[in-house]
Design a protein around this ligand. Structure first.
Ligand code: CAO
Length: 555
């Protein structure tokens, strides 16, 4: 077991850089290439990785410290260490000192024999993947522009990443993006075309001091600059120390959309966090690991720990019921499965209230029966439902907010001038709600005929999309089946639904005595955001009035 000193490597021409992130703590076990700290100069940041595996014995720098090449960062207790001090080899110094130059060249201008500081007139810049050390292929992890965007010098264009490092590639020119031939997830390598920027013939000043601002933009040899329709040879960029596993550079340009190092980006990706939504607490708005963790923690707290349903509703556990006895499992029909999803969405989104009442339909039933032979002559069975729907339509015209939908996130109400009445039909495949279009224009016989026709189509599975869409109010009748009341679920985006239960003969006080009457239970569920309780009460009273004396429908 030996102590190994990890020193600040050569960081190019940045002499005094700031420690902006410490990625390890004393006692941590680190692997080869695992990030130790992140340092940053004016324009670029670099993650310094561990050249060996071991346990962090001490950390010799702190957040905000200014450090320079050769300074001790971390003491590592390394079982296999063969040397006491490790200074990652500054590969860039083995070559000519890096000069700054644009990553892109004009493609339709002859290449000038340039002085670095000479103005260059350009029309079209091709921005390509620079030399990224010994990483041969990298992945595009962020594309910050689309064709048509206007960009300023140093605006972020693309972020690429290898196993260990990410590099933000800024625009070397101001102009308009005219082509983005790559997408997130694409594998790219040295020289791959990333973005084409059109500068409309602007003069671009290349200041000889500019190089530093283009730390992510590799230098190019002016002698080797190719012709107008070609690209600069992949320029040099200071490489990460070989001992550190090479491509450890993480650079960014001013104006980058998200400012975070590779370790943080990796963490965010693993956790499915969009860094654009994370509050940054690091220097100069840098997103830190702690920020990502705090973001996730907050989201989990908001949503409840066992939640993956929008709104933080805990999901019911999947249970293996065969543990308790024999079971048979059948897949739900398509209609039933889709209906279940619609019902849940409506139930979760709509604040429901159900108003119950009952209508005395004794006279109505007498009247309906009196029409039996006329119905037979027309080949129509005149059902109670047809009268109820006729009365509902009359009531809807008097209470337009029931024939409506909410819009603009419940800040507006759409009052419909049409009356397309839906009615629930129970079929072998599940519940469907066909719609009688322009039902207000139909008489009771016509309504009864449409109900019979659509019910048959529903049970034969022959309803069309047209038959099922555009409803403005629904009724659901369980009259034939039974029950004294229920709470129907509003068929959103409609705002109300009328549930009908079974007519029963009950004693009713007529002012002098109790008399047997045919009472029809009605249950009106409504969206309380659209309709208040008093309105619903008045709606029901009026509906009952009409059902008790259907002649009022004529008035
Ligand atoms: N009270 C007592 N009897 C009633 C009644 C009521 N409210 N409504 C209908 N009936 C009787 C009728 O008098 C008729 O009896 P006769 O044949 O003796 O005259 C019979 O029930 C007719 O029933 P129906 O179902 O054939 O016709 P309908 O017009 O009443 O209803 C339809 C048509 C399609 C709405 C219905 O068949 C249906 O599918 N209902 C189920 C709807 C449903 O599932 N809703 C739940 C939604 S929430 O999950």
């Amino acid at each position: 077991m030996a102590l190994q000193d990890i020193l600040i490597p050569d960081i190019g021409d940045a002499e005094n850089v700031e420690v902006i992130e410490v990625l390890v703590a004393v006692g941590d076990e680190v692997q080869v290439d695992e990030g130790l700290i992140v340092v940053e100069s004016d324009k670029a940041s670099m993650e310094v990785p561990s050249p060996g595996a071991g346990r962090v014995e001490s950390i010799e720098v702190g957040l905000g410290d200014r450090v320079q090449e050769g300074q001790l960062i971390v003491r590592l207790e390394a079982p296999d260490a063969k040397q006491a001090q490790v200074v990652p080899e500054p590969a860039a110094h083995d070559r000519a000192p890096p000069e700054a130059a644009p990553l892109a060249l004009p493609t339709d201008e002859p290449a000038p024999d340039v002085e670095r500081s000479a103005p260059v007139v350009v029309d079209r810049f091709e921005v390509r993947v620079p030399d990224i050390g010994d990483a041969e292929a990298v992945e595009v992890i962020e594309v910050a522009v689309v064709a048509g965007d206007t960009v300023a010098v140093d605006d972020l264009l693309v972020v690429v990443e290898s196993d260990k490092a990410s590099m933000e590639i800024p625009s070397p020119v101001a102009g308009r993006v005219i082509e983005v031939p790559i997408a997130t997830g694409d594998g790219v390598s040295d020289g791959t075309l990333l973005v084409v920027v059109e500068t409309e013939g602007h003069t671009v000043e290349r200041d000889s001091d500019a190089p530093k601002t283009l730390a992510a933009v590799p230098p190019v040899d002016a002698e080797a600059r190719p012709g107008s329709d070609q690209v600069a040879p992949p320029p040099e960029v200071p490489e990460a120390p070989e001992a550190a596993g090479s491509e450890a550079l993480a650079t960014r340009a001013k104006g980058a959309a998200v400012y975070a190092g590779p370790a943080v980006r990796r963490l965010a990706r693993e956790l499915g966090v969009d860094l654009a939504h994370v509050n940054a607490s690091g220097t100069q708005g840098r997103v830190l690991k702690d920020d990502v963790q705090a973001f996730v923690k907050k989201r989990l707290t908001e949503a409840g720990t066992d939640s993956d349903v929008p709104g933080g509703i805990p999901r019911l556990p999947e249970i293996d019921f065969s543990r308790f006895g024999d079971v048979q499992t059948h897949a739900l029909s398509r209609i039933r499965a889709r209906g279940a999803a619609n019902l849940q969405r409506s139930w979760l989104n709509v604040p429901h209230v159900t108003q119950h009442d009952e209508a005395d339909v004794t006279e109505l039933e007498t009247f309906r029966r009196s029409l039996t032979s006329e119905g037979e002559a027309r080949s129509v069975k005149l059902t109670l439902l047809a009268f109820i729907m006729r009365s509902v339509l009359h009531t809807l015209k008097e209470f337009p907010t029931f024939n409506a939908s909410l819009a603009d996130h419940a800040r507006a109400m759409v009052i419909k001038q049409y009356y397309h009445l839906g009615f629930a039909v129970d079929t072998d495949e599940g519940l469907v709600v066909p719609v009688v279009r322009n039902a207000d224009q139909l008489g009771v016989f016509e309504l009864a005929a449409r109900i019979a026709d659509l019910s048959e189509k529903a049970r034969d599975g022959k309803l069309t999309i047209e038959d099922l869409s555009g409803g403005s109010f629904s009724v659901s009748s369980l009259g034939r089946i039974g029950g004294t009341g229920f709470t129907p679920i509003v068929n959103a985006p409609e705002v109300a639904i009328l549930g009908i239960s079974r007519v029963a003969t009950r004693p009713r006080w007529n002012g002098e005595s109790f008399a047997p009457r045919s009472m029809l239970p009605l249950s009106l569920s409504y969206d309380h955001r659209a309709i208040n309780g008093a309105e619903a009460g008045r709606f029901m009273v009026r509906l009952c009035q009409l059902l008790e004396d259907i002649r009022h429908v004529l008035l």
